[in-house]
Write a protein that binds this ligand. Structure first.
Ligand code: MSP
Length: 641
């Protein structure tokens, strides 16, 4: 019997610079879904790749003094390395500079021209080069690009247009007939109310002001608009309009385009309209996930708040990072990344729950049965509770994954782990051993090893390497499917376990946070030497920051932190509470009476549970930190500018 197919895609990544943890989010989620579906019997095709054309790439290459191709080749190597590090199991990697892709994009343009969906005219609009997107005046936020907040420029050029407006009614009808096409639901409303209802305008789909792109076959002065070039990857990768189109016949339409929320518009309006024009079936679902935030801001290179995935995987192991991304962020919503959340999550779930269960069980089987998994005896009610939990979990996890919720799936799998740990406390195997109750002890050990086998099988799509290590410890072959979960009791009696090293080592959170801060401070002090041109702000940006002098009324250490001080500051008529991370450099007594510079209009935040209303300006060189103070005596509350 032919297997059911499942075609899943990530967006293709911009080859524009360092990749950060936010980028890894989409890819890791898709990887877990793809792996789950494969184990669940589907014939999966998982596609990812790089988006290598466009003005931005051309400009960056010029700046770097290399050709655009040399520039993207380097970044391609980097991202392939990143996906290898994160154990991403894609079936195909497409580059938009691959020849077959470029040729097919040309064929697509020709087809659209023939069908009358493309016409030539003139475009005048506001263009955001970093996002490669045109905006209308009314879409701008404070006169800037609504996606990245950067300057837009007026651009006028002869262009080809796609008759997007023609598809407005068909799109609305399609949404109505396929209410799950855009998920989560809120994103569907956003698309309809913000974009479709105000009326779709024809889309400019060619550019003449640069040439790093796919040349239009019928007018070589023009290159294809990067978004059309990029979106088409989902079908060119399968062989659409190519000699070998077996994959296209087999896998299209896509079951799932997973994308970040800011690019839902391209995938749910422009892409379906193009497909309609090409007379092709539409993808079954576009899921717009939330962002990984870093201090409440989207993690992005332009904003300079990158968390380097190579650094994190090297330091904590790939599965700690995969687990965090999959477990911590409520799916569909934005979620905050903090070092502390990563460390706490790793300690709680991976070290305490999973690591402990595996090491305690293998240690006891080793100690009580010479390392051989013993034969169980009659199961009592308590045992049956665990057995039912194990055998019932796959169905739950399958449902969670159908809802694309990895956090729910992991929560359900960890119920086995947590229940089994509790079972150890309830059955107290050491007492059974002491009392010579070998029969019961054998049953308890067997139940525990089976619980681990169930959990590890289900964890395989999520924490790939750890799951395999657990199977090595159990002396079992790591399975490629869920067949072994059809019944409890499949572990052969007599299998030899191997305790080995801990799966994860406990992290001393306070010590580690301090070490991370030191590393970050060092990196920042190195970075300040060169300010990239695109980080320059104008006077109006600077004027947004309200600074003033403030006098320290009182200062204390924050409980359980050797880094933080909490201040009461007099700023004119106001008294403010501010938390600052300078406890290693100043004593509270020294600070009282000093005049500092306060950032007044910073959004209030809770730091280690303590409310902080502003920030004290300091200078740092990686070794020490000093606070900034007026050169002469100055009253509090005076503007600093
Ligand atoms: N090249 C386009 C996609 C074209 S698809 C036909 C693009 N590339 S991107 O590199 O900017 O983004 C790739 C993916 O990473 C997107 O899904 C984007 O939402 C995701 N992320 C980038 N930063 C992110 C976070 N901080 N958090 C979560 N995902 C984010 O868009």
């Amino acid at each position: 019997m032919n297997k059911k197919t499942f075609y899943i895609t990530t967006p293709i990544y911009y080859s524009s610079g360092n990749f950060h943890l936010g980028h890894c989010y989409t890819t890791v989620i898709c990887d877990a879904i793809a792996r789950f579906k494969r184990m669940d019997g589907y014939d999966v095709f998982y596609l990812t790749g790089t988006d290598e054309h466009g003005q931005k790439v051309q400009q960056r290459a010029e700046k770097a003094g290399v050709t655009p191709k040399q520039f993207v080749d380097k970044l391609y190597d980097q991202i392939v390395e990143l996906w290898k590090t994160l154990d991403i199991s894609y079936d195909k990697f497409i580059r938009t500079t691959d020849e077959y892709h470029e040729l097919t994009v040309q064929k697509v343009y020709e087809k659209l021209l023939k069908s009358g969906d493309i016409y030539k005219s003139e475009y005048e609009g506001l263009y955001c080069t970093p996002c490669e997107a045109f905006w209308t005046e009314s879409q701008l936020v404070d006169g800037k690009c609504p996606d990245c907040g950067r300057e837009v420029t007026k651009q006028k050029e002869e262009s080809y247009f796609f008759r997007l407006s023609k598809y407005q009614d068909r799109l609305i009808k399609f949404y109505e007939e396929n209410p799950d096409f855009i998920s989560p639901k809120s994103r569907m409303n956003e698309m309809v109310n913000n974009f479709i209802k105000p009326g779709l305008k024809d889309l400019c789909i060619s550019r003449t002001t640069f040439d790093w792109g796919v040349k239009l076959p019928f007018d070589e002065k023009h290159v294809a608009y990067v978004w059309i070039d990029a979106l088409t990857n989902y079908i060119t990768a399968l062989g659409y309009l190519q000699k070998d189109h077996a994959n296209f016949d087999k896998y299209w339409p896509a079951d799932l385009h997973m994308v970040g929320k800011e690019i839902v518009r391209f995938h749910t309006i422009i892409w379906p309209a193009i497909l309609m024009a090409l007379d092709l079936p539409l993808p079954k679902k576009v899921y717009g996930h939330g962002w990984l935030l870093f201090g409440n801001d989207k993690m992005s290179k332009s904003k300079g708040n990158i968390v380097d995935p190579f650094f994190l995987t090297e330091r904590y192991g790939v599965d700690a990072i995969r687990y965090f991304l999959l477990r911590e962020i409520p799916f569909g919503s934005d979620g905050n990344y903090t070092n502390e959340a990563l460390l706490v999550r790793t300690n709680a779930d991976l070290v305490n729950d999973l690591g402990n269960l595996v090491s305690r069980t293998t240690a006891m089987v080793t100690q009580y049965f010479g390392g051989n998994i013993p034969e169980p005896n009659a199961y009592n009610e308590l045992d049956k509770e665990l057995i039912n939990l194990c055998t019932g979990t796959l169905a739950k996890v399958r449902k969670d994954m159908d809802n694309l919720s990895a956090p729910d799936a992991l929560t359900d799998i960890f119920r086995i782990v947590q229940r089994a740990n509790k079972y150890i406390d309830e059955t107290t195997p050491w007492t059974l051993n002491k009392n010579g109750d070998k029969d019961r002890l054998a049953t308890v050990m067997y139940i525990l090893t089976e619980c681990i086998r169930f959990a590890a099988t289900l964890l395989k799509p999520f924490i790939t390497k750890t799951a395999n290590t657990i199977f090595e410890k159990l002396g079992l072959t790591s399975p490629d499917n869920f067949d072994g979960l059809s019944e409890f009791g499949k572990t052969p009696v007599g299998t030899k376990v191997n305790k080995g090293d801990n799966l994860f080592n406990r992290i001393d959170v306070d010590k580690e946070l301090k070490a991370l801060d030191e590393i970050a401070a060092k990196q920042n002090s190195q970075k300040t030497e060169e300010t990239p041109a695109d980080d320059i702000i104008d006077i109006t940006d600077f004027a947004k920051v309200k600074l003033c002098t403030a006098k320290v009324l009182s200062c204390e250490k924050v409980a359980k932190s050797d880094k933080l001080l909490v201040f009461k500051l007099q700023a004119g008529n106001e008294v403010r509470q501010v938390v600052s991370g300078i406890a290693q450099y100043y004593t509270p007594e020294y600070m009282v009476g000093k005049t500092v510079v306060l950032v007044k209009n910073l959004k209030p935040a809770k730091i280690r549970g303590v409310e902080s209303n502003g920030m004290i300006l300091c200078a740092a060189d990686g070794k020490t930190v000093v606070f900034v103070t007026p050169e002469k005596e100055m009253d509090s509350g005076k503007e600093v500018r």
